[in-house]
Write a protein that binds this ligand. Structure first.
Ligand code: OAD
Length: 249
């Protein structure tokens, strides 16, 4: 952890001490310090030639299901070995102290729940869950060493990760709960997300329009930065624990 001081204004500290409803929206940046690449970072090794946007779509799966399956199998393996970082744990601490705390995440890695967060809305699904592309039946086990994509035991359809692809709708209950939380919160944190993928990105603006105080934590400026009341540029795994310490320590 860097020793540079981070200045949290007395106004922000007081606001968080008395906050009853708070939303934290997270993106891939929160998992970066756990060792996972962010979505828009370059891909590694064999996969460097592909853009994630060209693999995470129903069209890509239709065109070359095995390629898409293998990419997710590789990402699933990468996720298996990682652990939550101090940013995830700081959000767990915030949840303990704020009665109406909602964590909305675009991440599919499951690290928030692994850290202990309870009220989590996974807007883009979870990479560890696998389901049939046709009948939606979830698969607990499958054979990964096949020439083709494993098939559903119920209907013979192809299995796919239970994540939201470009062009697909978000799970309705999660999205509705997220919109409701964003519209009714007093404070909205946007953490480690580039804020360019809808509808998640619009949640911060919905909160802002309803008068919520916006706090952004990101390695770099985003389209939200000019609207935010408090902006912290840096690593969420360093800033969040220090914020929790400053407010409740
Ligand atoms: P991105 O990869 O677009 O953005 C990651 C953001 O995190 C960037 O703004 C970085 O500056 C910031 N960042 C990186 N490391 C950080 C750190 N240690 N601390 C704080 N910030 C850091 O990821 P998302 O915004 O999550 O959707 O992408 C949103 C969605 O785009 C993904 O869920 C994915 C993709 O389309 C689907 O797959 C449906």
């Amino acid at each position: 952890m860097s020793a540079d001081p981070i200045i949290f204004s007395a106004e922000l500290v007081a606001l968080l001490r008395r906050a009853l409803k708070l939303v934290a929206l997270t993106g891939a940046g929160v998992s970066q310090e756990s060792g996972l690449r962010t979505f828009r970072d370059a891909q590694a090794g064999l996969w460097a030639q592909y853009k994630p946007e060209d693999l995470a779509s129903p069209q890509a799966f239709q065109r070359d299901p095995k390629l898409v399956w293998d990419w997710y199998a590789w990402r699933r393996e990468a996720v298996k070995g990682v652990r939550p970082n101090p940013g995830h744990y700081a959000l767990v601490e915030m949840e303990k102290r704020i009665p109406g705390f909602t964590l909305i995440t675009q991440n599919v890695d499951g690290l928030h729940r692994m850290a202990g967060s309870q009220n989590v809305l996974e807007l883009h699904g979870n990479i560890q869950r696998v389901r049939c592309a046709d009948c939606y039946t979830f698969a607990e086990t499958w054979d990964d060493n096949t020439e083709s994509v494993p098939e559903c035991r119920e209907c013979g359809g192809l299995l796919r990760p239970d994540v939201v692809w470009f062009g697909e709708s978000l799970p309705r209950p999660q999205l509705e709960a997220a919109v409701e939380a964003a519209r009714s919160c007093e404070v909205f944190f946007s953490i480690g997300t580039s804020g360019v993928v809808q509808p998640a990105a619009s949640l911060a603006f919905a909160a802002h329009n309803r008068g919520a105080v916006i706090v952004e934590i990101n390695a770099e400026p985003t389209p939200l930065t000019s609207k935010a009341d408090h902006v912290f540029h840096g690593k969420s795994g360093e800033i969040l624990p220090r914020l929790v310490e400053a407010v409740w320590g």
